[in-house]
Design a protein around this ligand. Sequence first.
Ligand code: XMP
Length: 332
Amino acid sequence: MSNVRPNSMARITTKELALKFIDEQVQEIRNQVGDGKVLLALSGGVDSSVVAALLIKAIGKQLVCVHVNHGLMRKGESENVIEVFRNGLDANLVYVDATDRFLNKLAGVDAPEDKRKIIGGEFIRVFEEEARKLDDIKFLAQGTIYPDILESIKQAEGKKAVKSHHNVGGLPDDLQFELVEPIKLLFKDEVRVVGEALGLPHAMVYRQPFPGPGLGVRCLGAITRDRLNALREADAILREEFDLNGLCEKVWQYFVVVPDMKSVGVKDESRYEGWPAIIRAVNTTDAMSATIEEIPYAILHKITARITNEVEGINRVLYDLTPKPTGTIEWE
Ligand code: XMP
């Protein structure tokens, strides 16, 4: 398959068009891999999930999915991947809990780019170790989508990135796989239509974007387990309240950030030093610029009350009003 989307390719907007695409890709995948085994890093994001479901449909257990839990996932996320793919789709799924390994490497590291490099590098090492344990894998499937291809063309033209984004790739030279990239000519909205047509859960297909380094770039500065846990719990409350109040479809990305600082507060009539939880809720079309969503005060009050009452270590909640630019969407 070429890396250029032909002008004649119709935009996949309906279930019928998605089913046609799925049939074509199933055939193409079978032709490409024959009876060979295919490896896939399955993060649980939309793209890798759709690729997994497509490959399972095409070649079943010839696909080996590896889900690396780097300890920086959101609450319930790895469990959900296991539920949907191992229990629901009977996938050949290797689950690797690498939490300690990542958190030990990150201990004391506070520079954002150093953290990103450690997380990205360690991810490749863990994935590589798993790949070496498996026999005769010839193919590597990737959830590359068309904007990734357009982005790499831009970078090849010398345009500078603001952050080093982490995606799977860059495996060592002696691990030579042939790539299988069945959705590389699709835009995100099309990937979602295909995901629904494949029967993946709505929440997974419409999941908000989540960065490769995960909560690592939202637990600002040097990550500690207690602050990371507080962040994960506060983020789960925010997501639950957005869901209950119908905001998930209206806001493109919403999450909590916890900085490495404490302020003085009061709880049970005693001094209570805690971290602030910063809420960020943005809308954008391409993530290059972003605007701030107006969240009704009543909802913000409820989220504040729940986070400060339910999450150990947090004593304040703030709402970030900064658009992009000047703020980036993530804080690190
Ligand atoms: P920024 O913070 O650069 O983020 O305004 C723009 C969008 O990219 C996401 N993001 C990432 N996605 N790997 C990813 O796959 C990364 O390393 C990464 N860093 C940021 C961010 O969540 C936002 O949607």
